[in-house]
Design a protein around this ligand. Structure first.
Ligand code: ARG
Length: 458
């Protein structure tokens, strides 16, 4: 008979057993379910709702079940629907009647909510560590490439010269925000829903402070109805993960472009590339492409949960059982993507010469010429026009600006003097950018120091 079978005259159809069950996926919660149940049993004992001896028996039984699950000795059963009832069933099978007291002052609604929060807190810790690891890699690569000159782009057209170290620190900022967003989200995950019962609390004198301490939560849910209805914390986490993936996908896209023969800025390591089944010469950036592709899945998961929760009346509805599928998938996918991306960029080969050579073409010093004219009292708009004409002239003559003679330059404006040639050297175009966030070496050095300080913080 089902744990809830008392009111029923007939068994559920077997197709319904299958349909209703979540054990195939929510077994992932076994450890946190048991941790939650042990704390609950301790609280029942502490609040004199069950006796000391009963409490001990339940706790010991749960500990043994945990051990057996970890040793692969337990086979979960669809007939017991979900992880909560599977464990409760194993417990009563093992310790008898007293096992049936565990569910006093509790409902599966607050139980699943606490399990999810405990589980997610651990996973968030793990993802935070991975993000820190990645941030560390950006700092490392930035140091290595602080003087590696490369083209900076807008519209994927050569725009102004930058350095690869600077590019890395741009991603540092993006992932630092992701890290902080996760930390902020943690605040709202770190709230204990136990005591909510099914929706309206319990008649027992449950000591929720005790439970909160026991389970390491920071707050207790204020309102029981909200406690069991709320999945905002999952949605928030999954939208934070969507941003992580969006950032990864942008860098992956750049790596794919840089790795092409046309760009040849980098070469991804053999260990992070794959071949083609037909074209023997091919070495494809599949890993970067897959991360880019999986970003779609993570956005889809976010929309999945948002849509599950849309217009759900309070409190618990069975729809909410579906929350775990996208959540678990997001955790798994994002975790591996961060790790593999980290290794991929650590092992890639950077073709510094090619990067630098590419800054010599495409008039990337044109803005610097305009700024030069402005410093010589030409209005910026006029300077812009003059340089536009110089560029046009160069295109027709197949030359770079630095190839022109002073005489040619003077033909466009008589304020040009010999010093222009220093100004438009690519290195100087970078170093002369004095604004705080610019690629000038001293700025990137400061970014690195700030980055290292951030990484040292807890
Ligand atoms: N397996 C359920 C879930 O994951 C547990 C909560 C069930 N509660 C209920 N009243 N049916 O959502």
């Amino acid at each position: 008979m089902k744990l809830w079978g008392g009111r029923f005259l007939k068994n559920t159809a077997s197709i319904v057993d299958e349909f209703n069950a979540s054990i195939s996926f929510d077994q992932k919660l076994y450890k946190h379910d048991i941790i939650g149940s042990i704390a609950h049993a301790k609280m029942l004992k502490h609040s004199n709702i069950i006796t000391e001896e009963e409490g001990q028996k339940i706790i010991k039984g749960l500990q043994e079940i945990l051990k057996d699950i970890e040793e692969g000795k337990i086979i979960f059963q669809t007939a017991y629907e979900d992880i909560h009832m599977n464990i409760e069933k194993f417990l009563t099978d093992r310790i008898g009647e007293v096992g049936k007291k565990l569910h006093t002052a509790r409902s599966r609604n607050d139980q699943v909510a606490v399990d999810l929060r405990l589980y997610l807190k651990d996973e968030m810790d793990s993802i935070s560590k991975k993000l820190k690891n990645l941030l560390n890699t950006f700092v490392l690569l930035s140091k290595e490439h602080i003087s590696t000159i490369m083209p900076g782009y807008t519209h994927l057209q050569r725009a102004q010269p930058i350095t690869l170290g600077y590019h890395m620190m741009a991603y540092f900022q993006m992932f630092k925000r992701d890290y902080l967003r996760l930390k902020d989200c943690y605040e709202r995950v770190n709230v204990m829903p136990l005591g909510a019962g099914a929706l309206a609390g319990t008649t027992y004198h449950t000591d929720l402070e005790f439970l909160k301490e026991e389970l390491g939560f920071f707050h207790i849910c204020e309102n029981s109805l909200d406690a069991v209805s709320d999945r905002d914390f999952i949605i928030e986490f999954m939208s934070d993960m969507s941003l992580v993936m969006m950032h990864l996908s942008r860098f992956c896209e750049e790596l794919i472009i840089w790795n092409s023969a046309e760009f040849n800025f980098i070469e991804l390591d053999d260990a992070y590339s794959t071949g083609s089944s037909i074209m023997p010469q091919k070495k494809n950036p599949d890993v970067a492409e897959l991360i880019r592709g999986k970003t779609g899945r993570i956005y889809g998961n976010l929309f999945n949960i948002l849509t599950i929760m849309k217009a759900l009346p309070l409190a618990y509805n069975k729809d909410m059982q579906e929350d775990k599928i996208p959540l678990f998938d997001t955790i798994e996918t994002v975790s591996i993507c961060i790790d593999i991306f980290n290794e991929m960029i650590l092992t890639m080969k950077v073709n510094k010469d090619v990067m630098k050579k590419n800054t010599k073409e495409g008039f990337m010093n044109a803005t610097d010429v305009a700024d030069y004219l402005v410093k010589k009292e030409v209005a910026f708009r006029s300077a812009h026009e003059i340089v536009g004409k110089i560029v046009l002239y160069c295109i027709e003559a197949s030359k770079n600006i630095e190839d022109l003679t002073l005489k040619e330059l003077k033909g466009f404006s008589n304020v040009f003097t010999e010093d222009i040639f220093e100004v438009i050297k690519i290195e100087n175009c970078i170093e002369s950018k004095k604004s705080q966030g610019s690629p000038a070496k001293e700025n990137v050095e400061r970014m690195i120091i700030e980055g290292e300080k951030f990484l040292k913080k807890k």
